[in-house]
Every structure is written in C-alpha cells, then in structure tokens.
Design a binder for this molecule. Structure first.
Ligand SMILES: Cc1cc2nc3c(=O)[nH]c(=O)nc-3n(C[C@H](O)[C@H](O)[C@H](O)COP(=O)(O)O)c2cc1C
Length: 315
C-alpha cells in the first residue's frame, strides 16, 4: 500500500468507511512513523489525547499529590486566608423531614481506656435481629464528634470536639444509615454536633444501597447502624489549599478510631470501611462528590453470641 494512499489505510475487509481514529491509528501502525512519531500523532487525535492523559494522571496521582503537597522550608505556599469568606463549620439542612434531639450520652460500664485499646478489633459479625437503643447511639455519636468545649470567636461559637481536627476546621460531617435503633425510624440521618441532634433526611431502610456502596460488604446489611462520613472540602482548603486532603483523611481516621473505642467499650462490634464506590455513596446521601464527598464509613452492630469474630481481611 502506498504511503500516501490515505483513502485505503483504514478500509476494513467489508470495504466500509473507517472512523477518523481508525485511519490515524492504521496510518501510524503502517508507516515509518510508527516508532518515531506515533505518540505525537496520537496526541493530536482528541479522543486519544484525553484517554492517554487520564491514564497517565491516574497512574501516579497519589505519588504526585504526596510530593506536590509537601511543606518545604522557605518554600511554604503563599496564601492569605480570606477571613471574610471563612466557610461555616456547621452544616444544617434547610428542610429536613424531622429534627430529633439526642438523649444525653451515657457511660454505663467503666471500661478502662487501656483495656479497651488492648481488646479493640474490627468486628463484622452482627445479629441482624437485635437493636441498639437511642442512648447507645447518642453515646457513639458523642464519642466520634461530640462537642466538649465552646469558645466564642468573631465567626460565632467554636465547639471543640472529642476528636482533634487540623486547624479546628472540622471538615468531616457524619451521616447515619439507621437500620435497627429503638426510638428511631429507619432512615438516613445527618448529625449536628453543635446542636447534638439528628436531621432525618430520607425515610426507610437504605442498608441494601449502603452495602452496595461499600463494595457489597454484607456486614452493612446486618449492622444496626452504619456511619457514613463525608468531607466538606472547602472548610479545610480555605486554609490548607491542596494539602487539605491530607488533613481530611487524618481527621476521618481519628473519628473512626473514636468510634472503634466507644463501640468496644459498649461491647458492640465496629468495623470501619474504606472500600467504597464513591459515587454510589455520594448518591445515597445526595452530596455532589466534589464540594462534599464521602471519605469513610463504619458499621456498628450487636455482636452475634454464637460466632467467634476472627480477624478477616477487607476486600
Ligand atoms: C482506613 C481503613 C479502611 C478499612 N476498610 C475496611 C473495609 O472496607 N472492610 C473491612 O472489612 N475492614 C476494613 N478495615 C478494617 C481493617 O481490615 C482492620 O483494621 C485490619 O484488618 C486490622 O484488624 P483490626 O482492626 O481488628 O486490628 C479498614 C480499616 C481502616 C483503618
């Protein structure tokens, strides 16, 4: 075939006209440019360009993020904090189905911190028939994000909490998929630490969708309640720019560990979840996945008495 017989490069056996992309591809495959200019030509083919860029970016995006967000002496990012536009630390829904205040948290047993630390495990075998009571849920919520002191600031009250947060910016929001909690109808709830209450966002048991969003991990279907944590990214970005993502994940980790320890102290099973189909989880909560996005989840359940919980690996 002649090098310049463009009309035939892409013709297939049936003689039908090839697409532009196929023509370019076959041209490159069949000419001396194969080795030398293949990449250059493909780059100019819109679809390929985008595809290759995406492939290359996602391959090392984590490595580059880690390098690019390093603090280096004398090279700190120049950034001024726009105090007039400091994002609010508190999310509240305009029109929740219902607002429900939570009972005071209660510490029924005198679990010792060091013993709880020593016995903590990820526990995944729950009795699906059992329920937990509202006081217990309230205690778990308090342990994760409970306000422990209040400070007046020019931006309104600042509530410091049980878990630390970089810059006291508290980017993590807590949502619950309630399946079996006495005194609460099943549904998706949003927790407001500053009011210590819940906003009912969606009625009904959403455990199936919640489990599906957690890579189909079946413990979510039997858990009495599943915590779903999102990050409101701008709260942290306002101060830390792209480095904010480091702190967001660290914040979430602290909250997760608080839940583990509180559940252990209350003799409940807990398992955190990082294996998430992000967009499915975002959809479940109706968050956009950019400004606010799901970062972590955790099941809490009444442990099956007959089953020994043995360490098992996540997917
Ligand atoms: C960030 C993170 C993500 C996790 N994701 C999952 C998960 O998706 N599914 C799961 O069954 N366990 C998950 N786990 C629990 C780990 O598997 C567990 O911590 C590990 O096996 C050690 O066991 P231990 O927690 O009992 O000490 C996760 C733990 C962490 C810290």
């Amino acid at each position: 075939m002649s090098l310049f017989d463009i009309s035939r490069w892409g013709m297939d056996d049936s003689g039908s006209q090839p697409t532009c992309r196929v023509v370019v591809h076959r041209y490159v495959e069949n000419t001396f440019l194969k080795k030398v200019k293949k990449y250059a030509i493909l780059k100019h083919c819109t679809g390929w360009k985008q595809m290759n860029n995406e492939k290359n970016t996602s391959k090392d995006i984590g490595d580059r993020f880690q390098q690019k967000t390093k603090y280096q002496r004398n090279k700190l990012p120049r950034h001024f904090m726009d105090w007039d536009n400091k994002p609010t630390l508190y999310k509240a829904y305009e029109d929740p189905i219902e607002e429900l205040s939570l009972p005071e948290p209660e510490f029924r047993n005198e679990a010792k911190l060091m013993e709880v630390l020593a016995s903590r495990r990820s526990r995944r075998n729950y009795d699906p028939q059992e329920s937990i009571d509202l006081k217990t849920l309230s205690t778990l919520l308090w342990a994760t994000q409970g306000a422990t002191s209040k400070h007046d600031t020019p931006f309104g009250p600042l509530f410091l909490r049980t878990a630390p947060s970089a810059g006291a910016l508290y980017p993590i929001e807590t949502y619950l998929n309630v399946r079996l909690v006495t005194g609460l109808e099943p549904g998706i709830y949003h927790f407001r630490p500053h009011y210590f209450d819940l906003e009912l966002l969606k009625k009904g048991d959403h455990s199936e969708e919640c489990a599906a969003a957690a890579l189909n991990q079946k413990m979510v279907k039997s858990a009495q309640v599943t915590f779903v944590w999102t990050a409101v990214v701008e709260r942290s970005k306002w101060k830390y720019l792209q480095r904010a993502y480091r702190y967001i994940y660290l914040d979430a980790g602290h909250i997760g560990q608080n839940l583990y320890l509180a559940a252990e102290a209350l003799q409940l099973g807990c398992c955190t979840i990082g294996a998430i189909f992000d967009e499915e989880a975002n959809k479940l909560l109706d968050v956009d996945g950019v400004n606010e996005t799901v970062v972590y989840m955790a099941t809490v359940g009444v442990l099956r008495k007959s089953i020994q919980d043995f360490p098992s690996m996540p997917p």
